[in-house]
Design a protein around this ligand. Sequence first.
Ligand SMILES: Cc1cc2nc3c(=O)[nH]c(=O)nc-3n(C[C@H](O)[C@H](O)[C@H](O)COP(=O)(O)OP(=O)(O)OC[C@H]3O[C@@H](n4cnc5c(N)ncnc54)[C@H](O)[C@@H]3O)c2cc1C
Length: 407
Amino acid sequence: MALFDTPTMAFEPTRSAGLARLNQFAPKAGRAYASERNYDRGPGRHKGVSLLSPYTRHRLVTEREILRATLERHSQSAAEKFISEVLWRTYFKGNLERHPSVWAAYKRDVARERAAMAKDGALRHNVTAAEAGETGIDAFDSWANELVETGYMHNHARMWFASIWMFTLRLPWSLGADFFLRHLIDGDAASNTLSWRWVGGLHTKGKNYIARTDNIARYTDGRFKHTDVAPHADPLDEFEDHPSRSVPQGDALPHGEALWVITEDECSSDPLPVTASAVLATTSAELRAPHGGVSEDVQHFTADAVRDALKRITEDNAIPAADNGHIAPLTAERIMDAADAAGTKAIAMRYVPIGPAADALAAARPTLEAEGYTIHQILRKEDAKAWHHADRGFFKVKKAIPKLIAA
Ligand SMILES: Cc1cc2nc3c(=O)[nH]c(=O)nc-3n(C[C@H](O)[C@H](O)[C@H](O)COP(=O)(O)OP(=O)(O)OC[C@H]3O[C@@H](n4cnc5c(N)ncnc54)[C@H](O)[C@@H]3O)c2cc1C
């Protein structure tokens, strides 16, 4: 327990704080968002965007709730830009599910580049300076500091930052993605990995994003009038192919009672369609970077988001918390102990999307199955529907938006 005490950050890790933020932002989700969203006015002044990502990342608030709150106040055409950004997250989740080797390759890349850093003093020095905000490029240094201090960075700044990291500083993209994942409270395997690949020209093959001095000056309120960036660079390339698979189906529902396992990917209050005899709370935040360095703010937010979900789920459904309500990593031993205490062999949970929690589940699975436990991951219908369109570019999801909203 001591590991996850004392949360001290601007984002309160509860569903009620997420819903309050949604209600406060929803009136601005129409044309105001479309005209303001690209401005990064600096830490504490991100008024043109919702700041909902820590809540959507952990599904303290669901996309469905965000779309409903938006459409209660705006027409679909007035809120088109905001709706489409919300669905970029859904698209990235689905696209990574459809191309799982992208996550595996990213993890291998990080391990390889970290091994290279251990041997190469210049690389180590340059990566350390970039993360510490000591490159001498004011805008970049300011964003690095904002990320470490607040756990957040504006979308436009993320694009400029990633572009400067890869094409001006010439650093390996996977180490930049790893830096983000260790510090972003909204750090997400899909949105982060695929966005870095998008900026680098690996996601949309051959099309990279180059940060421009005038664009940075314009959209930062003139805070950074001249940022010295490389004006041209070739897109990154890779040898590995990432074949597409079909949309995962999830598992059949368990017969009889089950142990309900909460992961940090699903902290909503939506009921699970099973009869649960106890609820076990898990967090895999540390696995965002198995080599270490996941920020305390990320670990606190994740643990407290899961704690908040545990409280709501046990109270709403009148079922007890397993393992005395402790929030701890997802391991085969914890699950087996909790299931035995609850008198069941069935383990139920919402579908765990590719990322740290799914990695922990994959590591636990062989032991659980060898011991006769059955795992039931329940996929939301809306995810399955949207992911169906997420095998290639965003355009297919975009085209399906009216249908997805209607459904
Ligand atoms: C290099 C890079 C790395 C990124 N890493 C992450 C990450 O780890 N986790 C993450 O949630 N987002 C990531 N993003 C996407 C985006 O920057 C953030 O979702 C957004 O800045 C969150 O702020 P907000 O909630 O105020 O966004 P708003 O503009 O208010 O958008 C509302 C919601 O829509 C979703 N959204 C908006 N823009 C995007 C986008 N471009 N891609 C995917 N979803 C989007 C988010 O869930 C967000 O909360 C990354 C973008 C880049 C360029």
